[in-house]
Design a protein around this ligand. Structure first.
Ligand SMILES: NC(=O)c1ccc[n+]([C@@H]2O[C@H](COP(=O)([O-])OP(=O)(O)OC[C@H]3O[C@@H](n4cnc5c(N)ncnc54)[C@H](O)[C@@H]3O)[C@@H](O)[C@H]2O)c1
Ligand SMILES: [Fe+2]
Length: 382
């Protein structure tokens, strides 16, 4: 056995703890802070209590709140300029995956030593970076514990920067921040987190006992709390379990990488601006069915966690799991089919070609996905 397991140095899980962000930064020597967030998080007032402490401690802080979902390159460049303009020596990503991913790149790029166009791919970013704290406000991406940052580079393509330098110094998991998350965002981001754990557990490369362990525990938390968090958003226990579950799923997939579901979901997000979690959820059941022949025993093992009591052979259990996950989005009030998000037969060839560009993800698939397979999978999801 041989593997490396990377994670965030310090993970604080405590309700209300984001209020003490300024103190934590001051204790660590920060003097000028840039908080990277988006307009929705700002409008929801999630930063208000944290900002009060910056004032109280007279710690200099600027806010960059122009992050867009599925951040494109210009947004990252603008955020880097904002960090340089205020001579930031500490970066905070406060929001969903989009805000955290931009903050990670700002921490890396604001010294001007590296350029975004040179660091796409695995291990290209060399660092160092500015000190970085990430505070998730969705329970989905797990970006607070991943080595990746996802950038929308064109109308049709997302690219990842993957490097241990993108792991923050600290993650703060404050479930109170997620209480007001709209139910459709809770549902989509929650399914994204489940996909991370499922793909990490069934990945062809780099799966290991530690990633398996966190993937399984994350699915126990996510599957056990998703309906409650969607239907009773102010249930703090369900919210905290979702936040921790998403974090553990992030820990799993940053070490045991995601595969076909993400490869097929990215073009849907890039071309049709379908939220990341929803794109994943639309492709999940077709990809599981496609993989069943080679991965049924792993799916059956996860099936007993996600939907305890599945019966029959491992192939039958894996197939029941695919059926269950195929209907989950609908149960939670999300679209279940590509047609419902405006994708038709005419779009399939283009989507399949786009998906083939996701070689970094496709190489992790337990069963090889060809161009023809990709088109068949999109057709099944129509
Ligand atoms: N780095 C990684 O490891 C990783 C993993 C998976 C996905 N991603 C990327 O993350 C992005 C998706 O992130 P996401 O799904 O968290 O969504 P997001 O960050 O795009 O946010 C979605 C929406 O939810 C709103 N929102 C967030 N928190 C809220 C709250 N508490 N209350 C009210 N509204 C709130 C935001 O304002 C935004 O409008 C994509 O770009 C995806 O590619 C990154
Ligand atoms: Fe994802």
């Amino acid at each position: 056995m041989q593997f490396d397991f990377y994670s965030t140095h310090s993970i604080l899980v405590a309700r209300g703890s984001s209020v003490n962000l300024a103190r934590k930064i001051q204790e660590r020597g920060g003097k000028s802070v840039l908080i990277v967030t988006d307009p929705g998080v700002l409008a929801a007032g999630l930063l208000n209590r944290a900002l009060a402490q910056f004032k109280e401690l007279q710690l200099s802080v600027q806010i960059f709140s122009d992050v867009e979902a599925d951040p494109p390159i210009p947004v990252i460049n603008q955020a880097v300029l904002a960090a340089q303009a205020c001579h930031a020596d500490y970066i905070v990503g406060f929001g969903g995956g989009s805000s955290m991913d931009v903050a990670k790149l700002v921490a890396l790029l604001s010294s001007g030593k590296e350029r975004l166009e040179d660091i796409y791919g695995i291990g290209m970013a060399k660092g160092p970076r500015l000190p970085l704290i990430l505070v998730p406000t969705t329970a989905g991406t797990g970006s607070e514990v991943t080595q990746s940052s996802v950038v929308t580079v064109s109308e049709s393509e997302k690219k990842g920067v993957l490097s241990p330098h993108l792991l923050p110094d600290m993650a703060i998991l404050d479930a109170e921040l997620t209480l007001g998350l709209p139910s459709h965002v809770t549902a989509a981001t929650g399914i994204d987190a489940m996909v991370h754990a499922i793909e990490a557990f069934t990945t062809k490369r780099l799966k290991n006992p530690m990633s398996d362990c966190v993937a399984k525990e994350s699915l126990r938390l996510l599957a056990g709390n998703l309906h409650q968090a969607v239907n009773f958003g102010n249930d703090i226990v369900a919210r905290e379990n979702m936040l921790l579950g998403a974090c553990l799923a992030g820990m799993a997939f940053t070490n045991a990488p995601v595969a076909g579901v993400h490869a097929l979901a990215y073009p849907i997000g890039a071309r049709f601006h379908v939220p990341h979690g929803l794109s994943n959820s639309l492709m999940l059941a077709p990809v599981i069915r496609f993989n069943i022949d080679v991965a049924h025993s792993m799916y059956a093992e996860l099936g007993q966690i996600i939907k305890p009591g599945l019966k029959g052979s491992s192939i039958e259990q894996a197939s029941q799991l695919a059926d269950y996950l195929g209907s989950l989005a609908g149960e939670l009030g999300l679209p279940q089919k590509l047609l419902e998000v405006g994708i038709t037969e005419r779009d399939i060839d283009q989507l399949a070609q786009d998906a083939m560009l996701q070689t970094r993800l496709l190489m992790n698939s337990p069963r090889e996905i060809t161009l023809k397979d990709a088109a068949t999978l999109y057709r099944e999801a129509l």
